[in-house]
Structure formats: structure tokens, C-alpha cells
Write a protein that binds this ligand. Structure first.
Ligand SMILES: Nc1ncnc2c1ncn2[C@@H]1O[C@H](COP(=O)(O)OP(=O)(O)OP(=O)(O)O)[C@@H](O)[C@H]1O
Ligand SMILES: [Mg+2]
Length: 165
């Protein structure tokens, strides 16, 4: 069976999980709930071992997107918060979700000391807020998204294009 007929087999059964990130993005949302719904859809395009870096200002909606991703992986969105002093939160979803927020990080060695590298190269899905603060540690396969304020309730979510290491 060639690739073409294999694709036909899947399409014929309408498996929703086959949406890719580029089918879903860029996107604009007009409420926190809509950002969560987008996160839930994005979760279907993520795989074990993925690292997702979320760039964007304070209040851009990064945590709401993570709440939706948690829901998409079978978790509880209300469990996902912006931890003040915890750099990493682990959720027992399938695959496991590691929510990393390094807003308060001052030095990279701190991250190495808490074993962050193991999460970045583990079998879960790692989602990172303020990834620019740990750029040197991000694996080559990191998927980068940018969230921007369009207006008070509108946010744009897009892939960061043309990334060269
Ligand atoms: N379309 C939208 N999507 C997401 N949040 C929105 C939207 N419109 C308004 N908001 C508001 O913007 C804020 C987004 O908060 P959130 O904690 O997700 O931001 P963040 O990017 O994680 O910020 P931080 O860098 O402080 O962690 C919330 O107060 C939310 O109510
Ligand atoms: Mg946040």
C-alpha cells in the first residue's frame, strides 16, 4: 500500500487528531476560553517528547494556552496556574505535561541544578513560558510559538518562523 492510499484510509475515517500545528496556526482568539480551546486543539498535534516554547508579554495568554493543552491531554485546566516560586509543574496527563515558567529565573545554573534538562529530553510534553530566559538550554527540536496582544481581548498565536540556531 502506497503513502497515498494510506492517507486515504485515515481521511476516510476522519481522525481529528491528524491536524498539524500548521493547520491550526496562525490563529486569533477573542477570549481566554477561546485561547484554551485553541490549546486543546494544539494538544492533538503534540507528541511525546515535544518541547513547546511560548514567547509573549505579560498577559499575552500563555498560561491560558497551557490550560487548554492540559485539557486536551486529559487533565484539569484549573490545576494549571502561574506558579510564583515553582519553576516546573508536572501533570499526570497522557503523555505527562511539564509546565515550565522561568519568568523569575535569574541564572541558568539554577535550572540545571533542579534537573530541568531531564524534562526537556524526557517523554512528556514540555511547555515553557518565558523561554527566552533559557534559550541556550532549548533543544534543537523546540517548537516556538509567539502570542501577541492585538487588543484588550484579542490575541494572535503563531509559529515563530525562520528560526536559525
Ligand atoms: N483572547 C484572550 N486569550 C487569553 N487571555 C485573554 C484573552 N483576552 C483577555 N485575556 C486576559 O489576558 C490575561 C492572560 O493571562 P495569562 O496568565 O494567560 O498570560 P501569560 O501570558 O501567561 O502572562 P505571564 O507572562 O504573566 O505568565 C488574563 O487576564 C485573561 O483574562
Ligand atoms: Mg503565565
Amino acid at each position: 500500500m502506497g503513502i497515498g492510499s494510506a492517507a486515504g484510509w485515515f481521511i476516510g475515517r476522519g481522525i481529528p487528531d491528524l491536524m498539524s500545528l500548521d493547520d491550526l496556526l496562525p490563529a486569533e482568539t477573542t477570549s481566554p476560553e477561546a485561547t484554551m480551546a485553541l490549546g486543546e486543539q494544539l494538544a492533538g498535534a503534540l507528541r511525546s517528547g515535544d518541547v513547546l516554547a511560548l514567547y509573549g508579554d505579560l498577559g499575552a495568554g500563555k498560561t491560558y494556552l497551557v490550560k487548554g493543552i492540559a485539557r486536551g491531554l486529559g487533565g484539569q485546566p484549573e490545576d494549571v496556574t502561574s506558579p510564583t516560586f515553582t519553576l516546573i509543574q508536572e501533570y499526570a496527563t497522557n503523555p505527562p505535561l511539564y509546565h515550565i515558567d522561568v519568568y523569575r529565573i535569574e541564572q541558568l545554573p539554577e535550572l540545571e541544578r533542579i534537573g530541568l534538562g531531564e524534562y526537556l529530553h524526557g517523554n512528556g510534553i514540555c511547555v515553557i513560558e518565558w523561554p527566552e530566559r533559557m534559550e541556550p538550554m532549548l533543544p534543537a527540536h523546540t517548537i516556538r510559538l509567539r502570542l501577541t496582544h492585538v487588543d484588550e481581548n484579542r490575541r494572535r498565536v503563531e509559529r515563530v518562523k525562520g528560526w536559525n540556531r
